[in-house]
Ligand binder design. Structure first.
Ligand code: BES
Ligand code: ZN
Ligand code: ZN
Length: 506
């Protein structure tokens, strides 16, 4: 799926730390409100005439408002002036948006080559943190899903080269910038998988994508087919996939570059390649973007891709149950009782609550790795969208320190998460009538929490204790980009940047 009609899907952008201003390329000034452009370090590289011109045109007392200005200087040099909020309002969040805005503005002026100043994007962050942020955000802003579009005669309009100038000349800065870019590339690769239509991105297609990513980035991928899934007793995966002509797959990724004695972290991603809702068929509006219901699976694959490319010395396992949820004569039905791999039975009260059913098997499978932490990533509930809007994924965690850390890293990466509770009281809602657990709640309320407490039943051991510390990320709210985030329409690949950074540190 790398090529379609001969087009490369992901555009290559050159990004490097520079010590001298190149003679080519547009100069980008990022000016905080109330600060005079006169003080910008790039000015000293301009000739007198250019300097005068830029000062008169931009009203040397300081740019005002949040705007972009494009200028061609007397020497012919192109410049972009990006006005951003004042220093005391220039938060990490604003820095992230500013980085993306630079790319969006450059693209709209068709500037293939630009130069930015690292220090312009510093928001109470170290130069290294700023460089990583820049690498990722510039890269993800320079992405658009064009795989199925005919290329225009003049070619696609992307930024080809970004020079990052800094007064610091540390090798660690260059590495941080490069690492950030790698993360951005993996975010984009996950976006390609999610954006690919359901007819082309089937369970087998997702498995193939995992194999390709493993080959490219260097991790081991094993694909379990229907026979092996049956042998394992994964009644949840089998049940959901029954209605589709596309056979299920269970993707196992093993990345073991940590010490032998170190217990692995297991990442589990929901891989529903199309969610029609099954016999509880979704209405027109709700079914529309459901080819992205494998976004958790795509994230899992490309988190591992990022870790491998960054050569992170950890042990991490990725598990992706991949199915298509279809209505047909062979579909699983409301009222069906599915025996999950754990032996616990699932009473299907709604075939549209299929994600938790396949994840139940994956969370059981995770136990064989004796993990030190399991994180599942799933576009699990519309209710998470109702609760949070599109600005944060929901986080549920049995570990308070891990939750705190993920919230902080969310702020650094733009992959925002916000907590909801896992209280025992909610478990009443998902008790089964004829089976152990019902896959949808009895009440109309708290659907995201019901999904989470359902999953929690499957992290428990035979004695009823949690077998491992666990985090559940309901990424449904952030599955697609939001206007004003300066990201292309379509899949946003939430959690790739978040968990890559988390696993580098954890
Ligand atoms: N894939 C959907 C959730 C979803 C909705 C993801 C919107 C992204 C955007 C999930 O499988 C689903 O349909 N959940 C149901 C659960 C309900 C039947 C208990 C929901 O949220 O309505
Ligand atoms: Zn569903
Ligand atoms: Zn779903």
């Amino acid at each position: 799926m790398d090529e379609f009609g001969g087009q490369t899907i992901i555009f290559q952008m050159k990004l490097e730390l520079i010590k001298k201003l190149p003679t080519e390329g547009a100069i980008v000034f990022v000016i905080k409100e109330g600060v005079s452009l006169k003080t910008h370090p790039f000015l000293k590289f301009l000739g007198e005439e250019d300097k005068k011109y830029i000062e008169t045109v931009t009203n040397a007392s300081g740019a005002s408002g949040i705007s972009n200005k494009f200028l061609i200087l007397p020497s012919g040099r192109k410049t972009l002036i990006i006005s951003v909020p004042a220093k005391d309002k220039f938060t990490g969040r604003k820095a992230i948006l500013s980085a993306r805005r630079v790319i969006v503005a450059a693209r709209s002026e068709k500037l293939a080559q630009i130069v930015v100043l690292l220090e312009d994007f510093q928001a109470r962050t170290s130069p290294q943190e700023t460089a990583t942020m820049l690498g990722t955000q510039l890269e993800i802003a320079n992405f658009e899903f064009v795989a199925y579009k005919t290329a225009p005669k003049e070619g696609w309009n992307f930024v080809e080269e970004v020079g990052v100038f800094s007064k610091y000349s540390l090798e660690s800065l260059r590495k941080a910038l490069e690492a950030g870019k790698v993360v951005g590339e993996e975010v984009n690769a996950a976006r390609v998988l999610s954006n690919t239509p359901g007819g082309d991105m089937t369970p087998a297609g997702l498995a193939e994508a995992a194999l390709q990513a493993g080959k490219k980035s260097g991790f081991k991928v094993t694909i379990l087919d229907e026979k092996e899934i049956t042998k394992l007793g994964m009644g949840g995966v089998l049940g959901v996939s029954k209605g589709s002509v596309e056979k299920p797959r269970f993707i196992v990724i093993e990345y073991l570059r940590g010490k032998k004695s170190e217990k692995p972290v297991v990442i589990v991603g929901k891989g529903v390649t199309f969610d029609t809702g099954g016999l509880n068929l979704k209405p027109t509006q709700a079914i529309y973007e459901m080819h992205m219901d494998m976004s958790g699976g795509a994230a899992t694959i490309h988190i591992l891709g990022a870790l491998a490319r960054l050569n992170v010395k950890k042990n991490v396992i990725g598990l992706v149950p991949a199915v298509e949820n279809m209505p047909s004569g062979s579909s699983f039905r409301p009222g069906d009782l599915l025996k999950s791999m754990s032996g616990k039975t699932i009473e299907v009260t709604n075939t549209d609550a299929e994600g938790r059913v396949i994840l139940a098997d994956a969370l059981e499978y995770a136990k064989r790795y004796n993990p030190r932490l399991v994180v599942d990533i799933a576009t699990l509930t519309g209710a998470a969208l109702v609760a949070l809007g599109q600005r944060a994924s929901a986080i549920f965690s049995t570990s308070a320190p891990v939750e705190r850390s993920l919230r902080a890293i969310g702020e650094e990466t733009g992959d925002f998460v916000w907590p909801l509770p896992l209280w025992e009281e909610y478990e009443e809602d998902i008790k089964g009538m004829f089976g152990d657990f019902a896959n949808s709640g009895k009440s109309r309320w708290g659907g995201a929490i019901e999904g989470a407490v359902f999953l929690r039943q499957f992290i428990r051991d035979k004695e009823g204790n949690d077998a491992y510390p666990w985090v559940h990320l309901d990424i449904a709210p952030r599955m697609t980009s939001v206007d004003g985030e300066f990201l292309a329409k379509g899949a946003a690949a939430p959690s790739v940047a978040l968990l890559t950074q988390f696993l580098r540190e954890y």
